[in-house]
Design a protein around this ligand. Structure first.
Ligand code: PLP
Length: 343
C-alpha cells in the first residue's frame, strides 16, 4: 500500500481496476455490474438509493438495530416516503413481517434491509427475505452488507439481490476508504426513472468510465493496492474456506463467552453473527469501567452498545484476519477483568 502513485487514466490502472472488479464479482458471487467507489461503506449505501429511487417513492425499511435505522435515515434524507417496520434489537428480522408490509401497501417500490446487523450481532435471513421481496412481490431489494460480505455467504445472484453494498474496512481486511456496490438488471431499470439528486455517486457515470478501465473521479489508489492483495488472499483460500473460518471462529467466540457465564444478546443460535458477537453486560457491572480496564491494562479494545443498547452490551468484532488465538486472548483478559468489576 506504500507503493508510489500511478496515472489513474493509464494502462497500469486499467489492469488494477479490471483485476479488482473481476475478483470482487467472485466474492459477491455475481455477474451484475460492480463498482469500486472512493468512500466508506455509507457512500455505497447512498449510491444504492440515489441511483434507484425518486423523492416520494414508497420504500419499506426493515430494521432491527442502529444500522438498519441509519439506512432508513438515508432514505428520509433524500425524500423517500419510508414505512419502517422494526423488530426487537437482538432478534432476526421476520420475513413474514416484510410480507405483511408489502401486502398492506402495494405501492411500495423497494425494500431496504441490513444483512448483518453489526449493532446487535445478528445475521438476518436474507435468503428468505429476498424470496419474499423478489420472488413473491417483484420489488427492488437493496442490501446493506457492510459487515457481512466477504465473511459469511451472500450469493448475490443466487439470492437475487438487486443492489448490495459493502466497505473495505471490515470483511476485506484493508483500511477504510473504499466501498463496493453490485448493481443488477432491475436496478438499472429503476435507474432510468430515478430522479433523486446525484453527482459523485452517479453509477451511470461510473459505468461509462469503468468500460474504459477508469473511475469518474480520482480513485483511492493506495487502498486499491491493498484490495488487490486482499483479494488474492481470499481467492487463494477460496470462498468456502473463508466462510468456514468465520463460522468456526464465530462459534469459538460464542462458546467461550457462554462458558464464562455470560449471555449473548442474540438468543437464536442459528442467526448469531459470525462477524460480531454481542454480549449482554451483566446487570450490576459498570460496563464503561470494564471496557476501560480491558483497554488500558489488557490492550483489548471492545466495542460498547449503540443507541438504546448503550451500556447494555459489549461487542467483539471477529472479522478478517483474526484467529482463535486472538479470541482466546480476549477471553482470558475478560476472565481476569470481569471479577475485578464484580462479576
Ligand atoms: C460499519 C457499518 C456501516 C457503516 O459503514 P461506514 O464504512 O462507516 O460508512 C453500515 N452498515 C453496517 C451494517 C456496518 O457494519
Amino acid at each position: 500500500m506504500s507503493d508510489h502513485m500511478i496515472n489513474h487514466r493509464g494502462p497500469e490502472f486499467f489492469e488494477l481496476i479490471t483485476e479488482c472488479t473481476e475478483k470482487l464479482k467472485q466474492v459477491f458471487m455475481t455477474e451484475n455490474d460492480l463498482f469500486i467507489l472512493t468512500s466508506s461503506g455509507t457512500g455505497a449505501l447512498e449510491a444504492s438509493i440515489v441511483n434507484t429511487l425518486s423523492p416520494g417513492d414508497k420504500v419499506l425499511a426493515a430494521s432491527a438495530g442502529s444500522f438498519g435505522d441509519r439506512y432508513a435515515d438515508l432514505l428520509d434524507a433524500y425524500g423517500a416516503e419510508v414505512t419502517r417496520i422494526t423488530f426487537e434489537w437482538g432478534e432476526p428480522i421476520d420475513p413474514d413481517g416484510i410480507r405483511q408490509g408489502l401486502k398492506d401497501d402495494p405501492e411500495i417500490k423497494a425494500v431496504i434491509v441490513t444483512h448483518n446487523e453489526t449493532s446487535t450481532g445478528v445475521t438476518h435471513d436474507l435468503q428468505s427475505i429476498a424470496s419474499v421481496v423478489k420472488g413473491e412481490f417483484g420489488k427492488l431489494l437493496l442490501v446493506d452488507a457492510v459487515s457481512s460480505l466477504g465473511c459469511v455467504p451472500l450469493p448475490v445472484d443466487g439470492w437475487d439481490c438487486d443492489v448490495v453494498s459493502t466497505g473495505s474496512q471490515k470483511g476485506f481486511m484493508i483500511p477504510p476508504g473504499l466501498a463496493f456496490i453490485s448493481f443488477g438488471r432491475d436496478a438499472w431499470e429503476a435507474q432510468k426513472e430515478a430522479a433523486m439528486p446525484r453527482f459523485y455517486f452517479d453509477l451511470e457515470e461510473a459505468k461509462k468510465y469503468l468500460d474504459r478501465g477508469q473511475t469518474p473521479w480520482t480513485p483511492n489508489l493506495s487502498a486499491m493496492y491493498g484490495l488487490r492483495a486482499a483479494l488474492e488472499n481470499i481467492m487463494d483460500e477460496g470462498m468456502e474456506g473463508v466462510f468456514g473460518r468465520h463460522a468456526s471462529i464465530g462459534q469459538f467466540t460464542r462458546d467461550g463467552v457462554r462458558a464464562m457465564g455470560l449471555e449473548l444478546l442474540c438468543a437464536d443460535e442459528a442467526r448469531a453473527s459470525n462477524t460480531v458477537t454481542a454480549v449482554k453486560m451483566p446487570i450490576h457491572i459498570d460496563g464503561e469501567q470494564m471496557m476501560e480496564i480491558m483497554r488500558t491494562e489488557e490492550n483489548v479494545v471492545l466495542a460498547g452498545g449503540q443507541g438504546k443498547l448503550t451500556g447494555h452490551i459489549f461487542r467483539i468484532g471477529i472479522w478478517a484476519t483474526l484467529n482463535e488465538e486472538h479470541i482466546q486472548e480476549v477471553l482470558d483478559a475478560l476472565g481476569r477483568v470481569l471479577p475485578r468489576v464484580g462479576f
